[in-house]
Design a protein around this ligand. Structure first.
Ligand code: C2O
Length: 340
């Protein structure tokens, strides 16, 4: 049976998964009844630029939007605090699994990784767009799979910006090279770029034969958390979480699930993963791109939309990017030529 939305009224204090201790924040969302989400007709495509190429005007607009989001009252489900808590609630074992209340929900390290984050970003982006009254607003992607993007994008590194987060590893501000194998071993700086490209080729092409290899393992009602991540989730995705967060056990903000959403750079990290998902589906050609089981396609989650309504979304509605109404700036994909 596919997973379905948790009962928000039964949300409880979760667990800090880095330390195993109970969380000291409450990340449960406001309680409401959901309705089923219908994809609105696409009238304006949203454009997602590469963060390192974004114009001054774009950056000013994005900063303004995040500033306004941070100024919303904390109990507004669209506020920056509540939006960060969405990640915590769905990851840090706060929700009972509908249908098997002995188990807790955790969408990572499983086949929910891509669709769940896609929906999370989708609503986050629409909330920001609404705050600045711009229906074409798209979030920037951190283009870390391409050498010019292999540093923290400058817009996130300016201390006085709403995109800045002091809870980071301050040794990794620009010009430090983002290391996609970061957790593995101390790397030789002269090889980071080449190793990153090789890592991308492995995660996107060489290491993927079955769908599970890319997406992660099946997770349905009755599954225990963390059945197994796909190549990107395990590799570059996790490495950069750890690389951005503080070098402590608890790793705030980015290096810990409960706090990752407090880091504005988190969203650009995941927008790039969203983009890589789209690229991967294109690279598949005539091979299957998606699981065709109802256990995946009919899985559903809840989010607050830009009008603060709680809505239920399905995996099957997340697969067609054109219907979701956004596109990515085209940039080089150098790892495609980096077959080891
Ligand atoms: Cu939901 Cu990158 O973690």
């Amino acid at each position: 049976t596919p997973i379905s939305p948790p009962d928000l009224a039964k949300c409880s204090r979760g667990t800090n998964l880095n330390t195993g201790e109970p969380l000291d924040i409450n990340c449960c969302p406001p309680i409401a009844k959901y309705t089923d989400y219908k994809l609105p007709p696409v009238t304006n495509m949203r454009f997602r630029p590469a963060a390192h190429l974004a114009s001054k005007e774009y950056i000013a607009k994005y900063e303004k939007a995040v500033q306004l989001m941070k100024e919303l009252p904390d109990d507004d489900p669209r506020s920056f605090t509540q939006q960060a808590h969405v990640h915590c609630a769905y990851c840090n074992l706060t929700y009972e699994q509908k249908g098997d209340p002995e188990l807790k929900l955790q969408i990572h390290n499983s086949w929910h990784f891509y669709p769940w984050h896609r929906w999370y970003l989708y609503f986050y982006e629409r909330i920001l767009g609404k705050l600045i009254d711009d229906p074409t607003f798209g979030l920037p992607f951190w283009n870390w799979d391409n050498p010019p993007g292999m540093v923290m994008p400058d817009m996130f590194a300016k201390k006085d910006s709403p995109l800045y987060d002091p809870l980071r590893n301050l040794d990794h501000l620009p010009p430090a090279l983002a290391d996609l194998n970061y957790a593995a071993k101390p790397s030789d700086n002269s090889k980071v770029i080449q190793n990153n490209l090789t890592e991308m080729y492995t995660e996107m092409v060489r290491g993927v034969s079955k769908l599970e290899d890319f997406y992660g393992a099946k997770y349905v009602v009755g599954s225990t958390p963390d059945p197994g991540p796909g190549t990107i989730e395990r590799g570059s995705h996790s490495s950069l979480h750890v690389w951005v967060g503080q070098a402590t056990k608890s790793g705030e903000d980015m290096g810990n699930f409960y706090s990752a959403g407090q880091e504005p750079l988190f969203f650009s990290h995941h927008i790039n993963i969203d983009r890589l998902w789209t690229i991967w589906r294109k690279l598949r050609g005539s091979k299957p791109k998606d699981f065709n089981e109802s256990d995946w396609l009919d899985s559903s989650y809840v989010f607050y939309d830009e009008n603060a309504r709680l809505v239920r979304v399905k995996v099957s509605d997340s697969l067609d990017q054109d219907k979701l109404g956004y596109s990515f700036q085209e940039v080089d994909i150098p790892w495609l030529k980096n077959r080891p």
